[in-house]
Design a protein around this ligand. Sequence first.
Ligand code: DAH
Length: 355
Amino acid sequence: MSEIKKIKEEYISKLDKVLDQHKLNEIKSELFGKNGIISNKFKQLSSINEDKRKEFASELNFLKNELQEVILKKNEDIQNQEINKKLKDDNIDVTLPGRSYFSGKIHPVSQVIDEVTSIFSEIGFSVEEGPDVENEYYNFSALNTPENHPARDMHDTFYLDRSKDLLLRTHTSPVQIRTMLKGKPPFKIIAPGRTYRHDSDQTHSPMFHQLEGLHIDKSINMGHLKGCLYYFVKKFFEVDKVKIRFRPSHFPFTEPSAEVDIGYKIQDGKIKIGEGDKWLEILGCGMVHPNVLKNAKVNPKQYQGYAFGVGIDRLAMLKYGINDLRAFFESDIRWLEFYGFDPLDVPTNYRGLSR
Ligand code: DAH
């Protein structure tokens, strides 16, 4: 068998068995590389007898073309195979169900703070904040609650030092003093926040939330207080009509003082706010005591106004039918899953709130 034929047979069979690009490249350089078999054969041409050279050269050229064609074809095949394999492996099964993921929930307290803030901001109240660790003066004395006043006992205060100067605020009312001292009247603010008392049962927790309201201007009277609270209760409980009762009460920082009850009834085991002949206490309020205004450097002869304090947790319990306050703060994720709110699942009239 001629040398050319031998090379041809050997390499055609080799190429036939090639399965990947790497092996193909190896054979390619074995044949056509610098020291490749075919390249060397071309180099030998000049040493062949003239009478045989022409024939050999043409056979060699023929072989070269043939092998190159086979290599080209093989190259294409390998590439196609790789593409097909990739397509097969990357196959997307569109019939698979989507992957579920865990999304967090908004706590009912945060939700109610957002709702309430939105409602009051619609009628011109801005939001203030104060510290959880208060001093005795802002929490009691400046609010016209002198030492030995029974209200101090009622509040079951957590004191933080022996001098009884630092304490965990028992209500959000000290924010009234802080707000008035740092600004100039008129004031129209709400102050939501955490409050603390030595108390724990189904409806009391040592840490709870309140919302303070304060409106001071030159001619604010109790009519404004009533109007404001009617508006708030109707918006918050999403009812057109509501029964409200102002019951005379006593707070050292207001004169006169009142507690506010709302009418309700139980229907099909659920509480219905605004109807019925039962009463439920929801907040304390009154006209700010002149002593409080004086302590906050506001002249009571020129300015007066109302204040109110409402329990946020209680509002959440009433509106969303939650009956044990302690569960609010147990951080049980299953409870939050059930009672919590989706971040965008807010009633339409509250949308647009920044959170
Ligand atoms: N601070 C009172 C409390 O925690 C609630 C309260 C009553 C706040 C009357 C007020 C108010 O601003 O005017 O029991």
